[in-house]
Ligand binder design. Structure first.
Ligand code: MN
Length: 164
């Protein structure tokens, strides 16, 4: 999961499958509260090595802005279906073993490219606002502003994506 201060702040959720990172843009980021349904817009697949990209995309390019590796880890599918079957049917149930995000989650398609990302009820569910409580990079501990400063990006713009 990358945190990306582009035209608008969002989180990019990516699952490795079939040799690529199948990707969704989540405007409000993940919630550990099973009562929350977070819009997740399906976006283009990314290459595997993009999972660890942290830095600045030049303004004027697609996605121009600052990118943070907000969480990283592994996942496993729940149930017997293949990833492709679950993707095609529009319901992917999986367990995350990240540094921040853990436990059982569901992605459900509600429209063409529209999905909902939801925490399922388990021991890792909580009402704590994880995006605010843990705003730093899991790779470098930097905030967005620090990444922009180090990498020659727009520090003021990046800072609007950090907790105020
Ligand atoms: Mn993005």
């Amino acid at each position: 999961m990358q945190k990306h201060r582009a035209t608008a702040l969002h989180y990019d959720f990516r699952l490795e499958a079939g040799g690529v990172l199948v990707s969704w843009a989540v405007p409000k980021g993940p919630s550990l509260n099973p009562a929350d349904k977070r819009l997740a817009m399906a976006v283009e697949d990314h290459p595997l090595d993009y999972a660890r990209f942290e830095g600045v995309i030049p303004e004027g390019e697609y996605g121009g802005g600052t990118v943070m590796v907000w969480d990283i880890g592994t996942y496993r599918l729940e149930g017997d279906e293949s990833f492709d079957e679950a993707l095609r049917k529009g319901r992917i149930v999986f367990t995350l073993n990240g540094k921040k995000l853990k436990g059982s989650w569901t992605l459900v398609r509600t429209g063409d490219r529209r999905w909902l990302l939801m925490k399922r009820r388990d021991r890792s569910a909580t009402a704590v606002d994880i995006a605010t409580a843990k705003p730093r990079s899991v790779l470098t501990r930097r905030l967005l502003a620090g990444i922009a400063r180090d990498e020659g990006g727009d520090v003021a713009k990046a800072a609007t994506g950090d907790p105020q």
